[in-house]
Design a protein around this ligand. Structure first.
Ligand SMILES: Cc1cc2nc3c(=O)[nH]c(=O)nc-3n(C[C@H](O)[C@H](O)[C@H](O)COP(=O)(O)OP(=O)(O)OC[C@H]3O[C@@H](n4cnc5c(N)ncnc54)[C@H](O)[C@@H]3O)c2cc1C
Length: 496
């Protein structure tokens, strides 16, 4: 379902002043490379790709666009791992932030005692490796580590560590940002704070993040990594919620990572890369018997001298998982944080990476997850039989989020993250999956479930207004203040 709606644009890259022109690439191969993303659903060819070699190049580009009678749009791009064209433009310039690393000359990741300063173009895996050399680590993660710091901070950055440390945006101490007016500002909770709160979860609307200061803590050396199976939804969610109730930063009795995967009786492929091969037949048979199997993923970090077995045994007291379906691995901390790499390779070997990905991510308020289980998992997902390689489902604590930031969540103390990771192989499969995504949203609306889409990709402003709810006026004011000509990140389709 490729789309490439060309807009007539009065600006041509050939008119750019010499200093800017020499960093604009018009080479068709480069344009083609930047005309789609991981989702492979949208296709928009930019007028040019800008390769900045310093922050001042970005300032010059933004100021130049602002100076034109009709400015061109600028789409900052990290790793292009969006799924619905959020980092694309067809009437402007893609800003290839990866180039920023080239001018930093060794200052792209600088580790201090309590924080790390990183270029926004850096990958989280490189941040992890650099901090581990000092026995330190960021506290909040995404499952996939090959995403850019600026890209995840523009969304939220979540995984099984969010219940305890908040999303990645809650772990930022300071940012350098070039606003949509072309001003480079350092911001934090007490310096240019409105800009700070705007860009965190701001979907690239208010400024280009060029540097982030991320909080660090001591790095553990090893992790007990478990998956525990349930067939009863209410016992499953009760146990997940019990585990996320140990959520103080220095809590040692609880788990450090709490997530979950739903294994559904759907056509293959299904990501089962975690499990021993000899156990796959009995896992398959449990799924066929019950239709839905709920798995709780738990990570317990430890150092060699700790009493991890005893702590785990205490934590397990009262949990209601099926004892014969408890799987455990013992891995290094780096292996654990980089675990999705293995699954991605599994998906690649099953041909799932180089095809369109009509994914959907949702936040669902805790009070309605049982209705969601009946109405969505059982009535829509199982009945329609559309493959989903992986379905992620786990709770988070609202008090670890900061509502002054631009990200939106349901208004309840606990809400669940749901991720449908799908691949579309044949004709009509993208449309079928997208139709199912819409049907799920419709179901939530009709049932009065205040779900919020994470990594949203609405096509009309009306839907965005609905998405932001009471925050919409604030988002609009922030846009007027920091990007009044509405140049930045047009692929989100909020203001363009
Ligand atoms: C395999 C895979 C696994 C994922 N796992 C997780 C997960 O566990 N948790 C999670 O939270 N998300 C996850 N995501 C989603 C991911 O966080 C987002 O897609 C994120 O935007 C990817 O970063 P990126 O560098 O590829 O951003 P891009 O796709 O390049 O950009 C995303 C948006 O941010 C803007 N942007 C990019 N960089 C900047 C910047 N420096 N300043 C301002 N705006 C900017 C872009 O214009 C665009 O609008 C996953 C995605 C994939 C493909």
């Amino acid at each position: 379902m490729a789309t490439n709606n060309k807009h007539p644009n009065p600006w041509s890259p050939l008119e750019a002043p010499k200093e800017i022109a020499k960093k604009l690439s018009l080479d068709p191969k480069t344009l083609s490379l930047f005309s789609t993303d991981f989702g492979l659903i949208e296709n928009k060819t930019p007028l040019a790709v800008f390769e900045p070699s310093s922050e001042s190049d970005i300032i010059d580009l933004i100021k130049y666009s602002n100076s034109l009678p009709i400015p061109f749009t600028i789409a900052p791009r990290g790793q292009g791992h969006s799924t619905h064209g959020q980092g694309l433009t067809n009437d402007g310039v893609v800003l290839n932030l990866n180039r920023l690393g080239d001018f930093r000359n060794g200052s792209e990741i600088v580790v201090h005692d309590e924080y790390v300063d990183v270029g926004a173009e850096q990958l989280w895996i490189d941040v992890l490796r650099a901090t581990l050399k000092h026995g330190l680590t960021p506290l909040s993660w995404t499952d996939y580590m090959y995403l850019s710091v600026g890209g995840t901070l523009s969304n939220a950055g979540i995984n099984g560590t969010t219940f305890r440390f908040g999303p990645q945006i809650s772990n930022v101490l300071e940012l350098d940002v070039v606003t949509g007016k072309g001003e480079l500002l350092t911001c934090s909770t007490d310096k240019n704070s409105e800009l700070f709160y705007s860009v965190l979860g701001g979907l690239g609307q208010f400024g280009i993040i060029t540097r982030a200061r991320i909080a660090l803590g001591p790095a553990p050396t090893r992790v007990k990594w478990l998956r525990l199976f349930y067939t009863d939804f209410s016992e499953y969610t009760k146990d997940q919620e019990y585990l996320i109730s140990f959520n103080e930063k220095n809590e040692t009795r609880g788990a450090d990572h709490v997530a979950g995967y739903i294994l559904a009786n759907l056509p293959p492929p299904r990501d089962v890369s975690f499990y021993p091969k000899q156990d796959l037949p009995r896992i398959d048979s449990l799924i066929s018997q019950h239709g839905l199997v709920y798995t709780l993923e738990l990570g317990k970090f430890y150092d060699n001298d700790s009493h991890v077995e005893e702590e785990l045994a205490n934590l397990f007291k009262g949990l209601k998982f099926i004892p014969e379906f408890a799987f455990e691995k013992d891995v290094s901390y780096e292996e654990f944080q980089n675990r999705l790499r293995v699954e991605i390779e599994f998906l690649r070997s099953n041909g799932i990476l180089e095809v369109p990905h009509p994914w959907m991510d949702l936040f669902i308020p805790k009070s309605r997850i049982s209705d969601f289980n009946d109405g969505v998992f059982k009535d829509i997902i199982l009945k329609q039989n559309i493959p989903a390689a992986s379905i992620i489902f786990y709770p988070m604590n609202h008090n670890k989020w900061d509502d002054r930031m631009s990200a939106v969540t349901p208004d309840e103390d606990i809400f669940y993250a749901l991720g449908f990771f799908r691949a579309a192989f044949g004709n009509g499969e993208v449309e079928a999956s997208e139709a199912q995504n819409e049907e799920i949203l419709e179901f939530c609306k009709d049932a009065g479930i205040q779900a919020k889409v994470y990594l949203a990709s609405y096509k009309t402003q009306e839907r965005w207004v609905e998405h932001y709810g009471s925050k919409w006026e604030l988002i609009k004011d922030r846009k007027d203040e920091f990007d009044p000509k509405k140049i930045l990140s047009p692929g989100q389709k909020i203001f363009n």
